[in-house]
Design a protein around this ligand. Sequence first.
Ligand code: TA6
Length: 280
Amino acid sequence: MYTLRSFANGFEYIEVQNSVAHAKIALQGAHIFEYTTEQGALLWLSQTSKFEAGSAIRGGIPICWPRFGNLDKSLPQHGFARIFLFELIKVEELNEDLTQVHLQLKSSSASKKIWNYDFTLDIVFHISETLSISMRTTNESAEEFLLTQAFHTYFQVQNIENITIEGLEGVEFLDTLTGTKKVETQALKIVAETDRVYLSVTKDIYLCEDDREVLIHAENSNSAIVWNPWIEKCSKMSAMQPEAYKEFVCIESANAFDDFKIVKPNESYTMIVEYLTQRN
Ligand code: TA6
């Protein structure tokens, strides 16, 4: 079952319910902000997030496109897709435990004022016990363009100090707080502000907390960002309560930094992510 709903201010989202999952996806940014199965809520959503046109939702899975980060000063931080209205192309209930939702953003006069290329961006969700999302960029311009992108996923945790992130051992990362590169030597624990870009990710990542383990599988992505603002930065961030840093960690499957892509005219590039929660 699915329903197109809106908040009192007209902000629209799709609510999906099937035999194994419940989800809410905003048309703005093709932004999934709730996804729940019998294993609980996968995504964190700020209690003070706005649901307003032109403001990115704080939490869920912001789509960072056509840029990740703020290195390209000609574009907003994390690009503009997350604040643009997508068109709902189709919702298909493929079976009782699998719903497919297809949203699309096409270039427009508004987007070309920010980024002067013609494109189509297709986001397809498969909502089941596994949440999978594909992000397909098609270049409809006469020139090639550079693309960096990420699923900026806010994972709900019970207590940030109890989690470990596995699968990144041996991977080099850029610590954006110090500008230095190091190699990860152990399962990552979050004990302070953390903002790391892992630069050659080839294996699955696991978010572990007590008996719960979230498998993070990405395709056509060789970079991943781990972020938590911790106390001081959290207190300064928009739409985030002071204690919010204890409730989430961002693990962002990406094509970022050296993992950028060049999309040639009439070509497409698709990045995919899949999340599955298991109990040990
Ligand atoms: O992905 C990590 C990061 O780039 C952090 O540096 C922080 O800025 C975070 O994204 C949130 O960015 P936002 O623009 O959504 O407030």
